[in-house]
Design a protein around this ligand. Structure first.
Ligand code: NAD
Length: 454
């Protein structure tokens, strides 16, 4: 398999993909080591995962450079990602003992009742490329903390990073057999679905997630799907700092070139401040530097996959045909690499693909609304349900709106944000099941209820 730098279009590495036989061998190694890892005390497992984070930080420059070279995000954003993922891993490690230890629920003269959180066994994690550290850490860190062995399949667009993750987990003290990296494209992912894993944890697109769920449902093992989104933000007319809100939301829409599951993908602005908001938003977008991912100060760089360029072009063409107006950008850039101009569209409607289908790129539609009720109806007019944001001077106003939105996360005066302490979950086509928080730690265990009569 060739690894191609999306900015230079050069082959930067060629590596051997897995096949049925090599996957079977890796599975055997997981099988032989799983029980031994489950027997390691939680505190020791947590220490090892904390050491992993230390190693990531010690090797930050090399790791950031590898990540940028294979998926194209600005180098500084690669560093930010490693730092962010490290912070989440530390939170999970530091809370593992609290949430994964056995719990005594009641004690009486006759009877003790307790819960033991047993590991599932051997889990399979098929992962995405847009934040390989961030989304990987949500899965393999709690899985290992809970005492599971892990088959980790990085995306074919983040393979070198996946191999580095494996290397540093082992260097930190995870036994080599307990964490196996499966190398390859979709066919390798498909092969994993036929193997007898004790749980499937997938991060990726709705289309692939649906296939995976269909396939593994017969196995009757846990399956968690973290899928795409079409995340809305509503800016209410009582916002005091309109320019500040515009700058924050623009970052939420375009960070990582818009390739985030929780990127802002739709913006609704109340009439009274609409013009001021759009003006400030456009000024912010125009202020960004576009260039090669390794250049200092760049914010917009290449998309990871060339195929996404055509999707963005089609969304712009569809919107223009139906009456939208491009205020900034609108087309691919005539240079080597998968560059697309940061694009702002207005006069958009929900008849347009740009307001309905995940764009996963540097493009956004802004729509005028009259009141909160209209905003709520439009925000809910989607098959996805990952996050939703409200910018308003009033917390109560925002919470009343957020309570009506069918999404796993609600943001007031912020967006595009993940916290290790809070569950991360989608609804509808954004998937189901949670990672992160105590919910996410326990999702890698099966509870056993002990009824102990004296
Ligand atoms: P993708 O679905 O194309 O691929 C994801 C993984 O699945 C890859 O490792 C791929 O090799 C594998 N795969 C492909 N076909 C398969 C099959 N038939 N069976 C088994 N495995 C298969 O997604 P992607 O392009 O890597 O990631 C982008 C998508 O992920 C976006 O939709 C984004 O929103 C979503 N995402 C969601 C979250 C979240 O937390 N909800 C986080 C990051 C990304």
């Amino acid at each position: 398999m060739n690894i191609i730098n999306p900015a230079t279009e050069e082959i930067i590495a060629t590596i051997q993909e897995d096949n049925q036989a090599s996957l079977a061998l890796k599975f055997e190694r997981l099988q032989t080591s799983a029980k031994q890892w489950a027997a390691v005390p939680i505190q020791k497992r947590a220490e090892i995962l904390e050491k992993f984070v230390t190693l990531l930080k010690e090797n930050m420059e090399e790791l950031a450079s590898i990540l940028t070279s294979e998926m194209g995000k600005p180098l500084q954003q690669s560093r930010n990602e490693i730092n962010g993922a490290g912070g989440k891993a530390i939170w999970l490690a530091q809370h593992a003992t609290q949430y994964l230890s056995e719990e005594i629920m009641s004690v009486s003269d006759q009877m003790t009742e307790k819960i033991v959180h047993e590991p599932l066994g051997i889990i399979c994690n098929i992962s995405a490329w847009n934040y390989p550290y961030n989304v990987g850490v949500n899965i393999f860190v709690p899985a290992l903390l809970a005492g599971n062995a892990v088959m980790y399949k990085p995306s074919e667009y983040a393979t070198l990073t996946g191999l580095q993750i494996g290397k540093y987990l082992v260097e930190a003290g995870v036994p080599a057999d307990v964490f196996q990296v499966a190398i390859g494209e979709g066919d390798v992912g498909r092969a994993l679905l036929d193997m007898p894993f004790d749980g499937y944890y997938f991060t990726g697109s709705y289309q692939t997630g649906q296939k995976i769920y269909e396939h593994v449902s017969k196995k009757m093992v846990p399956c968690i799907l973290e899928l795409g989104g079409k995340d809305p933000v509503y800016v209410a007319d009582d916002v005091v700092d309109v320019a500040g809100a515009a700058a924050g939301i623009a970052d939420g829409a375009f960070y990582n070139n818009g390739q985030s599951c929780c990127s802002v993908e739709r913006i609704y602005v109340q009439s009274a401040i609409y013009d001021a908001f759009v003006e400030a938003f456009v000024a912010e977008v125009r202020s960004w530097k576009m260039g090669s991912p390794t250049e200092d100060g760049v914010y917009i760089t290449v998309l990871s996959r060339s195929a996404q360029l055509a999707i963005l072009e089609n969304q712009v063409a569809d919107a223009l045909t139906k009456g939208a107006q491009v205020l900034v950008g609108g087309k691919r850039v005539d240079r080597k690499g998968n560059y697309f101009e940061p694009t702002v569209l207005v006069n958009v409607t929900h008849d347009m693909a740009v307001m309905r289908e995940e764009s996963f790129g540097p493009i956004i539609g802004i729509m005028r609304v009259e009141n909160d009720a209209e905003a709520v109806a439009l925000m809910n007019d989607t098959s996805y349900g990952l996050t939703a944001g409200v910018y308003s001077a009033g917390q109560q106003r925002a919470e009343v709106i957020l309570a009506q939105i069918n999404a796993g996360s609600g943001y007031w005066n912020c967006c595009d944000r993940v916290s290790a302490a809070l569950p991360w979950s989608g609804r509808g086509h954004s998937g189901f099941g949670s990672t992160l928080s105590q919910v996410g730690l326990r999702n890698f265990t099966k509870p056993k209820a002990y009824h102990l009569r004296k």
